[in-house]
Write a protein that binds this ligand. Sequence first.
Ligand SMILES: Cc1cc2nc3c(=O)[nH]c(=O)nc-3n(C[C@H](O)[C@H](O)[C@H](O)COP(=O)(O)O)c2cc1C
Ligand SMILES: [Mn+2]
Length: 496
Amino acid sequence: MGFMDMREWIALLEKEGELRHIRTEVDWDREIGAIARRVLEKKGPALIFENIKGYRHGRCTKLFTGGLGSRQRLALALGFPKDVDNRELVQYVMKKNRETIAPRIVATGPVKEVIVRGDDVDQHDFPVPRWQYLEGGRYIHTFSGIVTRDPDTRAMNVGIYRGMIGTRNTAPFLLIKGGQHWGQHFVKWEARGEVMPVACVLGWDPIMEFLAGSPIPAGVSEWDVAGGYRGEPAELVRCETVDLEVPASAEIVLEGFISADPGTYEKEGPFGEFTGYVSDIPTPRPTMKVTCITHRRDPIFRGCLEGTLPGSYSENSVMSSVQRAAIAWNILNGAGIPGIRDVFVPPITNGVNIHVQIKKHYQGQPKQIAAALWGNSAAQYRYKHVTVVEEDIDPSSYEQVDWAIAHRVNAGEGGIVIFPGIFGSPIDPSTPIEDRDVARLGTGLWNRVLIDATRSWKHEPRPEWGGERFPPTVRPAAEDERRVGERWQEYGLEGI
Ligand SMILES: Cc1cc2nc3c(=O)[nH]c(=O)nc-3n(C[C@H](O)[C@H](O)[C@H](O)COP(=O)(O)O)c2cc1C
Ligand SMILES: [Mn+2]
């Protein structure tokens, strides 16, 4: 299942009643972002803005956002009914993440309808929002697939990394050298004394953002995995000015390069981050120099409002709730851990918290689960708090998980385990600033926590508890529930 391009995806949303056109004039400066926030709060539809102040005419007049802003729309993008359950969707993604179909290179495509080079390049030609009033600029890359190539293997990577308009043809990015795949490429290009070629893809099959926003294993090209999801090769065209390939039916592509010379760095930030907090002061960052822009006729700009708050789930958090669960489950399977029943990532946490449901096979299994997750690079920004429950607890129910935490956790007996000083997110506001110093430490440092909310096997099974290690619950006996159910009307309790 896949879409030819973003227009086909928009057409499906329209048919499903999941899209609104906004034809009233709106300002790219703060107003679009505030509308998008309110629509997320109201669990509303995807939006196309068609009348943006200063962009009534010109190169680009439309902006699309919120396509993956609900679980229902994510299900549609993956070819499922809107009400598919977590486990089914996560298991599909686990399988598809491991399938690859290599892309096909084609001579040309709609993305080449207009080509802009050299002095004609001006990123201000696009209706790029300042999404939030505290942000340091207009964030052109919030939902772009950023393409780079490993100079050794030639494999391409596609990741979502935020970038802001600097000057007409420059864009500083949050480029972290450590865990992120383009960061690993950047280090290799730097070692060669060369600049890193970059292509930024705005708007294509939503599978692109779904894959680019979460870690597919290093060395595996997201273009190949996208082919697996689509069931046919992605059709790519060669870029004009860099040795990279991009989808032939993308809306907009910006080509260029990033130098490791700090003299080329420009200031980036503040930005409203996925945590729901606005990041620190503007910081000098690796900066893309744009050499060429190609786009479709009448292109549609694609961006997202980042940042999750209670009651308002960003596109990232909706995607992460499925993708980060699938990635974790594949890691646990790869580690050979038995008995994994379900994995749930609460969308409000973006995968910083994760709940794993198991059939307990042995004492110490929850610690093995936490160790496997924390030992994987996919844990760079995620899986800070791992909670493990047994099969009688629904991991997607806070109430059930909380009950298990209240009555099955013995913190001093290994129920709470802290793993201090391990690699982690540099953008977590709960981490002291000195532990977020990427320049000094190479990454952020986290104190991770396991909450083992499974019943301890150190407790002796007792005959009076039916051979269990924990006492029976207050639930009535099955036969009593049945009898009462049968006589419900007789009691005069029908309708209750
Ligand atoms: C909307 C959005 C914005 C993101 N911004 C950044 C960012 O600025 N820097 C970063 O390193 N990761 C960012 N991420 C997370 C990366 O996309 C994610 O870690 C992904 O795995 C990167 O691709 P890679 O694994 O191929 O490196 C963002 C994700 C989303 C969905
Ligand atoms: Mn990758």
